[in-house]
Ligand binder design. Structure first.
Ligand SMILES: Cc1cc2nc3c(=O)[nH]c(=O)nc-3n(C[C@H](O)[C@H](O)[C@H](O)COP(=O)(O)O)c2cc1C
Length: 171
């Protein structure tokens, strides 16, 4: 399957980046085609609610920033993986902007499955992130293929790698 991973941590060698790389390795080993995008390195502004896309723009966003590179990747993705650290009890801002900029097309056209990988310091901080993720799965008509979380003592461990490999196996 065509898999798109959006990795949203600004820390290039951080825990979320590690999870995204592990997912990519496992998915490629299983024969999937994988694109990994570090959205934290992209200039992607929040939606400005101008409604250009739903009028004259006919589905195109008026903001010509790096989201323009993501639209074609989102359009082709059959599996969309969100990988993000928890910032203040929710998914970090860097993942929210690309999700919300999908407003112009409403949903990634081909997405069948999604997955979520989240990193945090503390345990028990995933309620908001998982609720948001599950609502998006439902709204985009995608099956939730699973969630992997990694708090401080679970980061970059064999156990977490195994959970990520199980996510890929569940596709
Ligand atoms: C702005 C900011 C807010 C954070 N808020 C939380 C939080 O609410 N709960 C928590 O457990 N960790 C919080 N953390 C810690 C990160 O989630 C944690 O260090 C995570 O592993 C970072 O992932 P990364 O290594 O991929 O960047 C926060 C970190 C930052 C920089």
């Amino acid at each position: 399957m065509n898999i798109l991973i959006l990795q949203a941590s600004p820390r290039a060698n951080g825990n979320t980046a590690w999870m995204a790389e592990e997912y990519k390795k496992a998915a490629e080993a299983a024969g999937h085609q994988v694109t990994l995008v570090n959205v934290s390195r992209k200039k992607i502004a929040g939606c400005i609610a101008c409604e250009y896309c739903h009028g004259k723009g006919n589905g195109a966003c008026v903001q010509k920033d790096d989201m323009q590179e993501l639209y074609p990747l989102m359009a082709e993705a059959e599996v969309l993986v969100l990988a993000a650290p928890i910032y203040y009890f929710t998914l970090c801002a860097q993942i929210q902007a690309p999700i919300q900029r999908m407003y112009c097309v409403n949903a990634p056209q081909k997405v069948k499955k999604m997955a979520l990988m989240v990193s945090s310091y503390s345990p028990g901080v995933y309620t908001g992130a998982t609720a948001e993720y599950k609502d998006i799965c439902r709204y985009w008509g995608a099956e939730d293929s699973g969630i992997v979380t990694a708090k401080i003592d679970e980061q970059k461990t064999d156990e977490t790698r195994n959970k990520i490999q199980a996510l890929v196996a569940a596709l």
